[in-house]
Design a protein around this ligand. Sequence first.
Ligand code: NAP
Length: 359
Amino acid sequence: MSYRLTLLPGDGVGPELVEATLRVLDATGVKIDWDVQIAGQAAVEKYGTPLPDQVLESLRKNRVGLKGPITTPIGSGFRSVNVALRQELDLYACVRPCKTYPGVPGPFENVDIVIVRENTEDLYAGVEFDVGSPEVAQMREWAPGRIREDAAVSLKPISVSGTRRIVEYAFEYAVSHGRRKVTAVTKANIMKYTDGLFLRVAREVAAAYEGRVEYEELLVDAVSMRLVTEPQHFDVIVTPNLYGDILSDLGAGLIGGIGVAPGVNVGADGVALFEPVHGSAPAYKGLNRLNPTALILSGMLMLRHLGENEAADRLEAAVAKVIKEGRFVTADLRRPGDDRVAVGTQEMANAIVRAMREL
Ligand code: NAP
């Protein structure tokens, strides 16, 4: 059997990381027939738009995709392809596992946290009003003395339905992945209506899982400190959009950096788009220098999503072996004082392929 899946090579270092990842996925023996689609800068050059309709059609049809990072041009008038994909496909759950593999440079061992970030609401909804606008003038009347005349304003919508589906997703994830605890992270002591609503709905959802999954509530400031002092405290974290964005990068820092942090965006109708946390790092384009691990581990998560657990286990074990041996790793995985020569993107992928054959 062969899977028909969408592939978006992306911009910057995307195509070379995708090339490395495809070789590794191919070596697992899982047959994939890639429906290659162009989005981002290459699509602007070819079709005059960074997100041609056929990309969305392909993802809706194939339901599962792998994506290299895509550059967001600043000041070109085109909106972010990454944000547009989330909105068009209603990819409401951003799931970012933060797991240490022995050998990665970093302050901790045995970190194994999954951050589930709401992806469609909050301050990311894009409802902003500029300084001097009539909307800000009106809002100043609603809240006398609390918005300065020279202020711009962003709105933070958080809904019952949006919260319920993300918290349910986090609990279902915990159940299906054998996780023990879900922590709801907010700033509900200050934002009593928006974050307060998130917390109230989270509590309601948690009640349905009582006895199966533990539930706790923490404030985002306390979580930030605890993540860098006692990350083992955490298991699954569920949180609104902006806190999730920040905590995800913090989580990447805990496990050895952005070069090893994978992720997936999941939609209401089952579309799942797997991609690394990092961006397109355009300065490194074509240099064969950056770490392919984040995209390779995103591919590993994709195999698990497809039910190809044996192949995913072998792939993850091979990545872990190469990182632990530390001979064929990219420069970001070198600890200070380890002056062995770092290898390139493709050489690290080749080492993972060899390790998989030896397992
Ligand atoms: P970035 O591309 O993630 O790169 C920032 C830095 O992170 C790089 O300079 C490099 O650090 C390190 N890095 C990134 N990927 C790495 C890898 N695979 N291995 C090792 N190190 C890696 O962030 P950015 O420069 O802010 O963004 C560049 C473009 O990507 C922007 O247009 C942004 O909008 C876009 N972006 C896209 C996505 C997405 O497609 N989902 C996500 C984020 C950003 P050193 O220079 O220290 O080596």
